[in-house]
Design a protein around this ligand. Structure first.
Ligand code: GDD
Ligand code: MN
Length: 366
C-alpha cells in the first residue's frame, strides 16, 4: 500500500463559520506538498459537515466525515486516524486556535522523531490570551500527567500534534475513545517513541464556543487515574466510592436536621433515620447517575425512576450483606472484634457488591 505524505485530521462540532478559513489556511501552509484533510464532524446541529462537503467539491484533497450517533473529541480523532492514508498523521482543532503554519515544522520534526507536539510550554511557545483559572488548571493537569505517566513532552494536553503512522497502528486498540486527551494516552501507550516539541502559540477563538467545560477537569483526572492505575482499580469504582462516602455525610447531616423537627423526634427517631436513609439514597443515585455512570446516564423521567428503584433494591441487598458481614465477623471472633471495625468490613464488602450489581443492573453498559 502506498501512502500519502500526510493526513490532517480535524475533529469538529459546531464549527461552521470556521471551515472555509481553516481549509484555505491549511492549503496555503501545505503549498505544493501532497496531503489529505479529513474533517470528522459529529453530525453538528449547525451542519458543519454540509459546509465541508460543499468546499470539497472543488478540493479533491478534502473530505467530510459526518459521524452519526457518536459524540466525542478523542473518538473522532481515532476514527479520523483510522480512515487516514498518510504516512504521517496530524491532529488539530478546527476553530483556528491552531495555526496551520506550524504543520510544516511538525512534519519536519518527524524526520528525527516519532511524535511531534505543538507545545505551549516549550521555549518560544505561549498559551495566548489565557489567564487565571484556565491557565492554572492547565498547568496543574500538565504536571500531574508528567509525574504520573512518563510522557516525554512539555505539553501532553496539546490537541495539535503529528505522528508517524506506525505509532498509531501500534497503540490504536489500547486507546480509550471515551477520553479526550488523546495525545497523553498515545504517548503513554508508546513509551519508547521519540518525541519532539515544536513551540506554538495558542490562538484566539473568533467564531463559535469551546466545548470543553469545567466538568472536563474531573473527567481528565479520572482518565489520568485509569491510565496509571486503571488495571488494578477502575476510576468508575473510585468515583462510586467517593459518592458513597459523601452519602454517609449527607445521611448524618440529614439525620441531625430531621431530628430538630419535634414530630420526628418521637419513637426513638426511627422515622428520622428512615428518612435520612432515603435522602442519602437519592443523593447517591443523583450523583452516580450524573458523574460515576455519566456515559450510561438516565435522562428522561421514566428511565430515571426505573433506575432509582433498581438502585434502591440493590442498595437494600447491600445493607443486608453489610449487616451480615459485621455480625458474622463478631460471631467468628467470639465478639472479640470491635463492632465498628466489623461494620467497616461490612461496609467495604457491601460497597463492592453494590457497585458490581449497580453497574450490571442499574446502569447497563450500552
Ligand atoms: N467531532 C467532534 N466531537 N469534535 C469535537 C467534539 C466532539 O464531541 N468536541 C469538541 N470538538 C472539536 C471542536 O469543534 C474543535 O475543533 C476541537 O474539537 C477543540 O475543541 P474546543 O472546544 O475548541 O477545545 P478547547 O479550545 O477548549 O481546547 C483545546 O485546547 C486544549 C488545550 O488546553 C483542545 O485542543 C484540547 O484538546 C486541548 O487539550
Ligand atoms: Mn478551541
Amino acid at each position: 500500500m502506498t501512502h500519502l505524505a500526510c493526513s490532517i485530521i480535524v475533529p469538529t462540532f459546531n464549527e461552521r463559520a470556521n471551515m472555509e478559513p481553516l481549509v484555505d489556511r491549511i492549503a496555503a501552509a501545505m503549498g505544493s506538498a501532497p496531503f489529505e484533510l479529513i474533517i470528522v464532524d459529529d453530525d453538528s446541529p449547525d451542519r458543519t459537515w454540509e459546509v465541508v462537503e460543499a468546499l470539497a467539491v472543488t478540493r479533491p484533497w478534502l473530505r467530510a466525515y459526518r459521524r452519526v450517533g457518536k459524540r466525542g473529541l478523542a473518538s473522532a480523532v481515532i476514527d479520523g486516524f483510522s480512515l487516514a492514508r498518510g504516512a504521517n498523521l496530524i491532529c488539530m482543532d478546527g476553530d483556528l486556535q491552531h495555526d496551520p503554519q506550524i504543520i510544516p515544522q511538525l512534519l519536519r520534526a518527524l524526520d528525527e522523531a516519532d511524535v511531534a507536539v505543538a507545545s505551549r510550554y516549550t521555549t518560544g511557545g505561549t498559551t495566548g490570551t489565557w489567564g487565571g483559572v484556565r491557565l492554572w488548571g492547565s498547568r496543574l493537569a500538565t504536571s500531574a500527567a508528567q509525574r504520573l505517566l512518563s510522557v516525554a513532552t512539555t505539553d501532553p494536553m496539546s490537541g495539535f500534534f503529528a505522528l508517524r503512522r506506525p505509532v498509531f497502528i501500534a497503540t490504536a486498540s489500547a486507546l480509550k475513545p471515551r477520553g479526550f486527551k488523546i495525545l497523553m494516552a498515545l504517548l503513554h501507550r508508546a513509551p519508547t517513541a521519540r518525541v519532539a516539541d515544536v513551540p506554538f502559540s495558542f490562538g484566539i477563538r473568533v467564531h463559535g464556543n469551546s466545548k470543553l467545560d469545567s466538568g472536563v477537569l474531573l473527567d481528565y483526572l479520572a482518565e489520568l487515574w485509569d491510565l496509571r492505575f486503571g488495571e488494578r482499580l477502575s476510576s468508575t469504582f473510585v468515583k462510586y466510592a467517593m459518592v458513597g462516602l459523601s452519602g454517609v455525610g449527607v445521611q448524618l447531616l440529614a439525620l441531625h436536621l430531621l431530628r430538630m423537627i419535634p414530630a420526628l423526634r418521637t419513637g426513638e427517631s426511627g422515622w428520622a433515620s428512615a428518612l435520612a436513609i432515603l435522602i442519602a439514597i437519592l443523593w447517591n443515585y443523583t450523583f452516580d447517575n450524573r458523574w460515576t455512570f455519566s456515559a450510561q446516564r438516565h435522562r428522561n423521567l421514566g428511565p430515571w425512576l426505573v433506575g432509582l428503584s433498581r438502585f434502591t433494591l440493590v442498595c437494600s441487598t447491600g445493607a443486608f450483606i453489610s449487616w451480615s458481614v459485621g455480625q458474622g465477623l463478631r460471631l467468628v471472633t467470639h465478639g472479640m472484634m470491635n463492632i465498628y471495625f466489623a461494620s467497616l468490613f461490612g461496609i467495604a464488602v457491601a460497597t463492592v457488591w453494590n457497585f458490581t450489581l449497580n453497574r450490571r443492573i442499574t446502569w447497563t453498559e450500552p
